[in-house]
Design a protein around this ligand. Structure first.
Ligand SMILES: Nc1ncnc2c1ncn2[C@@H]1O[C@H](COP(=O)(O)OP(=O)(O)OP(=O)(O)O)[C@@H](O)[C@H]1O
Length: 228
């Protein structure tokens, strides 16, 4: 009988901890991510969701443990250069410039990837075809978020999404869910930090514990007339 070894995860967080301001934000996190998988991070404000994504992006180093990509530590200099080219980062602060039109912003991103021809269809999918030639300052917050989603479609295998559904309407959230699902079908990995419900089929959920557990909730205080 031939017993096959399970495949090595594409991304592995091995007993990872992270400190900020000399205090532990994350402790002993273990996560394995294979091609096509998704991880949803939830937790109270300040629990460390963005810190988690920043570590995966290589912006901050784990204080203990290691993050392995294809079995190599992402902090190794030769590896980090290759690894960061696989990442696509979406956060509340976008990188859209008013010097370019909406279309040129997405095309610029595409050009960096050495790709061509996906920018306009991506904007059309996001319902922004008619605004393609406008300057981004003409856009609403939700429309800017849709431009960011169009940039994601241009495609790198690992998506790190910090609160991707903020400012999106119901249709925008459905589009977000759709592109996440298509990306995963193509073997991509998605890690999402969110407070808002997003439907991501068959995803792993990591709920980070609160950093400063409260003895009393806001509603307890209301009940006991501490405030008002
Ligand atoms: N630049 C920084 N320097 C020091 N400490 C920081 C820094 N940024 C964040 N922190 C601390 O790290 C902790 C985790 O912050 P983080 O932004 O990761 O939380 P979060 O779960 O993403 O929160 P939110 O839901 O509010 O976005 C917080 O307690 C915060 O005070």
């Amino acid at each position: 009988m031939c017993i096959r070894k399970p495949p090595f995860p594409r991304l592995l967080l091995n007993n990872v901890s992270c400190m900020r301001n000399a205090q532990h934000v994350l402790r002993h996190v273990n996560v394995s991510l294979h091609n096509g998988s998704a991880l949803v991070l939830t937790g109270a404000n300040g629990s460390g969701k963005t810190t988690f994504l920043c570590m995966l992006a290589g912006f901050s180093r784990p204080s203990a443990g290691e993050i392995l990509w294809n079995g190599h530590n992402i902090q190794d200099s030769g590896i980090f250069h290759q690894y960061k080219l696989k990442l696509n980062w979406l956060s509340l602060k976008d990188a859209i410039t008013d010097r370019f039109t909406v279309l040129e912003n997405v095309q610029w991103f595409e050009l960096l990837e050495g790709k061509y021809g996906k920018a306009l269809p991506a904007l059309e999918l996001m319902g922004l075809g008619r605004l393609a030639k406008e300057k981004p300052k003409m856009l609403s917050m939700g429309q800017r978020k849709r431009v960011q989603l169009a940039m994601l479609i241009v495609d790198r295998p690992i998506w790190l999404l910090d609160e991707p559904s903020v400012a999106l309407d119901d249709e925008g959230v459905k589009l977000l869910e759709y592109i996440i699902s298509e990306h995963r079908k193509n073997g991509g990995i998605v890690i999402v930090a969110t407070h808002l419900p997003i439907e991501i089929h068959d995803s792993m959920l990591l709920r980070l514990p609160p950093r400063f557990p409260r003895r009393m909730t806001f509603f307890d205080m209301l009940d006991r007339s501490y405030i008002m």
